[in-house]
Design a protein around this ligand. Structure first.
Ligand code: ADP
Length: 191
């Protein structure tokens, strides 16, 4: 199996690139942000619980996120591989993911990390906020909070994969297609 962690700060382009990766490599998408937004729109208990964290740009507690991903992995049958998008966002989540994949006898192949500087992130998210309808895209304070949560809580996840020799940084600034080409070069080197 080909199991990819697509990593990067909010606004780095993970959603855009994951669509292209999925169609090229036939991977199963697990985006925790999308899963939470689906719960929110359906008004489930999980959605209600997650909303207060998401609206402020804070992380949903690990046990909630891990439980949701566990269900998703377990209900998925035989697939070519998974792409994890927006997950893991803490070292505890990364450890849990390794264990979940161990139970399917398949490891993470590599982490592709999109790198974009803060000012560009802020501009992109504010632009997206004009029509995304996402509460967390609407104010500069919330956006800045997401960027600092990323630095404090999520960046250590990159170290986790560096220690496993599975870290592949990519410049996330440029045309969508040229970034995608660079991503594919890395992914092809995993196989
Ligand atoms: P972005 O990368 O643009 O910030 P996402 O769609 O990945 O947005 O996530 C939106 C929000 O959902 C996060 O700010 C957080 O509140 C919650 N969330 C998503 N994934 C996770 C996760 N793995 N751990 C904790 N919270 C998460």
């Amino acid at each position: 199996m080909l199991n990819i962690v697509l990593f990067g700060p909010p606004g780095a382009g993970k959603g855009t690139q994951s669509e292209k990766i999925i169609s090229k490599y036939s991977l199963t998408h697990i985006s925790t942000g999308d899963l939470f937004r689906k719960h929110l729109s359906e008004g489930t208990d999980l959605g209600k619980l997650a909303q207060k964290y998401m609206d402020e740009g804070n992380l949903v507690p690990d046990e909630v996120v891990i439980g949701m991903v566990e269900v998703k992995i377990k209900e998925t049958g035989d697939v070519a591989g998974f792409i994890f998008d927006g997950f893991p966002r803490t070292v505890a989540q990364a450890e849990a993911l390794d264990q979940l994949l161990e139970s399917r006898n398949t490891p993470i192949s590599g982490m592709v990390a999109l790198e974009v500087e803060d000012d560009e992130l802020r501009n992109r998210i504010l632009e997206r906020g004009k029509d995304s309808g996402r509460a967390d895209d609407q104010s500069i304070d919330k956006i800045n909070n997401r960027i600092s949560v990323y630095k404090n809580e999520t960046l250590p996840v990159a170290e986790f994969y560096k220690n496993q020799d599975k870290f592949y940084p990519i410049n996330g600034v440029g045309s969508i297609d040229s970034i995608f080409e660079n991503i594919c070069d890395k992914i092809d080197s995993f196989k």
